[in-house]
Design a protein around this ligand. Structure first.
Ligand SMILES: NC(=O)c1ccc[n+]([C@@H]2O[C@H](COP(=O)([O-])OP(=O)(O)OC[C@H]3O[C@@H](n4cnc5c(N)ncnc54)[C@H](OP(=O)(O)O)[C@@H]3O)[C@@H](O)[C@H]2O)c1
Length: 253
């Protein structure tokens, strides 16, 4: 039996692997045989994710991605034992709900740094021959918020729009190096971001109301992980510069 999504022996760097969607992605990719290199700030949580991975040559690096000038050093450190990377999944992301009148430049900068600028730095260094195993696949976790507005989320929506706009030119530039670049745009997924949101709106019927719009209901981290695994695998070898929407029908209206 063949498995077109087999990732055996592939070295995949997953940012945001300490929780939520990134954690779900790390665990699922390990089940497909990938060696996972996990990046996030919280070391304890990275250790917890490690324990849930299928056995393999996994590692984790506590790191704050808003330190943009240190990202090359991070990649260099990861590859210091001669390891080369086959893929990157950028799932690290932050959001803050602030109406635009109160949005400070500092808020905008921190959201853009983690969600977008760090992605550019990661791809830039991933594509260098000394770190890269003859090509590979890059997947950015965007959001349906790149296409649909929500009050108070101008910085977040802009950061995801920037990601999606950037993957097209980057895909064009990277094709000759055999690197494919895509994104996945989830709708509402059950993670701590979602739990925080339901607390803020204090609405017991939130999930029921959500289903009126997101017709397949609330998504789970695995739903995003399946699309990411596909884009990383050879099954997607003819796909680059595009976005897979994983939103339970939200944008079908
Ligand atoms: N949940 C949803 O409904 C939803 C929908 C669409 C898109 N998304 C996107 O999916 C991605 C994951 O979100 P989630 O729901 O899984 O949220 P989450 O559980 O809060 O996870 C966010 C991850 O980003 C990491 N992170 C945040 N700031 C960082 C920094 N400065 N440096 C390094 N890592 C950092 C966090 O790790 P540390 O705190 O350990 O650093 C954590 O692992 C985000 O890009 C989000 O925009 C989520």
């Amino acid at each position: 039996m063949i498995n077109p999504m087999d990732l055996s022996g592939k070295n995949i760097l997953v940012t945001g692997a300490s929780s939520g969607i990134g954690k779900g992605i790390a665990v699922f990719l390990s089940k497909l045989g990938a060696n996972i290199i996990m990046v996030a700030r919280n070391e304890e949580k990275l250790k917890e994710t490690s324990k849930e991975l299928e056995s393999g040559n996994h590692s984790y690096y506590p790191f704050d991605l808003s330190n943009l000038n240190e990202i090359e050093g991070l990649i260099d450190n990861i590859c210091s034992d001669g390891k080369k990377l086959n893929g990157i999944v950028h799932s690290a992301g932050i959001s803050r709900t602030v109406p635009v009148q109160y949005l400070k430049l500092d808020d905008l900068n921190s959201i853009m740094s983690v969600n977008f600028y760090s992605f550019i730095e990661l791809v830039k260094h991933f594509s260098k021959r000394k770190y890269n195993d003859n090509g590979g696949s890059v997947v950015a976790i965007s959001s349906i918020s790149s296409k649909v507005g929500a009050r108070g989320l101008s910085a977040y929506c802009a950061s995801k729009g920037a990601l999606e706009s950037a993957i097209r030119p980057i895909a064009l530039e990277m094709a000759s190096r055999n690197i494919r670049v895509n994104s996945v745009a989830p709708g509402m997924i059950k993670t701590q971001i979602y739990d925080g949101l339901t607390e803020i709106v204090n609405n017991k019927d939130f999930e029921k109301d959500l289903k009126k719009r997101q017709i397949l209901g609330l998504g789970m981290p695995d739903d995003v992980a399946y699309a990411v695994a596909f884009l990383l695998s050879d099954a997607a070898r003819f796909i680059t510069g595009t976005t897979i929407i994983v939103d339970g029908g939200y944008s079908a209206h």
